[in-house]
Design a protein around this ligand. Structure first.
Ligand SMILES: NC(=O)c1ccc[n+]([C@@H]2O[C@H](COP(=O)([O-])OP(=O)(O)OC[C@H]3O[C@@H](n4cnc5c(N)ncnc54)[C@H](OP(=O)(O)O)[C@@H]3O)[C@@H](O)[C@H]2O)c1
Length: 283
């Protein structure tokens, strides 16, 4: 699996990581989800994304199980819920996440989306967490350019390392202003829901056929084409979620080659970026 520098931090992070939203379930489903995460690590997808929100903490517990004994391999990311993101609330939420994840530090801690607690409080709590060695880097999620600027103004000792946002072939709005702004500031962009959360591309659809034709030249599948396209820019990463082992294997092959100009033109035509600025999409 390819890695690239995670924005200004320079830390090499796997271009394709692993999401964990909705990995919780019955015992068998959870056993499979843990096995899938471990296989993903074996295949180099060492960027693991979770959040206190996912399964009310259950996803973090399962990640803790999956990375037990392998913490050093992982770039571990979690998120604080906006409703917990007061100064003290952020410190407490981080402690709870660390306990569930069975680790003593996070590589990256994000505000899940902007809520009603003042950003100053959340950002300064995150700076205190960096100073205490509980998190290495801080960031945000679902922030558009103006929100990013507001967060940057609140920081005094640290810089934003990342912004995690919705990004898939049918929602390319972030390419207009957000990706260029983040590139200029050295903020890594982590695109979530690369398969539009579930059913894209639909089996047998025209879209799937086109992606399949494009992948055929070098023996790649439609979903591998999607992942490679979404991570073609230097500061953009993606975090598909997969609980099936065959899906994990497939996703791990979704990077590492260049599209021809003709292939790019076909993708542009079938999945155009919007022609004007759009509000940030969110799941
Ligand atoms: N910051 C935020 O607000 C936010 C919001 C949404 C998501 N996220 C993060 O981004 C991650 C990914 O987004 P997502 O979970 O919404 O959806 P996604 O990754 O776009 O899609 C997940 C779905 O695609 C299936 N899938 C994965 N790989 C596949 C493959 N190779 N072939 C066929 N199907 C495949 C999965 O099936 P199986 O599970 O059965 O393998 C699952 O049903 C989340 O898990 C979460 O960590 C963050």
């Amino acid at each position: 699996m390819l890695t690239k520098p995670f924005g200004w931090t320079g830390v090499p992070v796997s271009v394709i990581g692993q999401g964990t939203w909705m990995i919780e379930g019955n015992r068998e489903a959870e056993r499979r989800a843990v096995e899938a995460l471990r296989l993903g690590l074996d295949l180099g997808m060492t960027h693991i994304d979770t959040a206190e929100m996912y399964g009310n903490g259950r996803a973090e517990e399962l990640v803790g199980e999956a990375i037990a004994g392998r913490r050093h391999e992982v770039f571990l990311v979690s998120k604080v819920l906006p409703s917990n993101a007061s100064y003290q609330g952020t410190l407490r939420a981080c402690e709870r996440s660390l306990r569930r994840l069975r680790t003593d530090y996070l590589d990256l801690y994000l505000l899940h989306w902007r809520g009603s607690h003042p950003l100053e409080e959340t950002m300064s709590a995150m700076e205190a967490l960096v100073a205490a060695g509980k998190i290495r880097y801080l960031g945000v999620s679902n922030f558009d350019v103006e929100d990013l600027k507001a967060a940057e103004r609140c920081l005094t000792t640290q810089r934003l390392a990342a912004n995690q946002v919705l990004y898939h072939l049918k929602d390319r709005g972030i390419e207009r202003r957000l990706i260029p702004y983040c590139a200029e500031r050295g903020i890594a962009v982590v695109g979530y829901s690369p398969f539009a959360h579930s059913d894209f591309p639909r089996p047998g659809s025209r879209e799937e056929k086109l992606l399949s034709e494009i992948g055929a030249r070098i023996g790649r599948t439609p979903r591998q084409v999607i992942l490679n396209f979404l991570t073609r820019q230097p500061n953009v990463f993606t975090i598909p979620k997969a609980s099936r082992l065959d899906h994990v294997r497939e996703n791990s092959g979704g990077t590492g080659w260049e599209f021809t100009p003709e292939e790019l033109a076909k993708l542009e035509q079938a999945f155009p970026a919007p022609a004007r600025d759009m509000p940030l999409g969110m799941l």
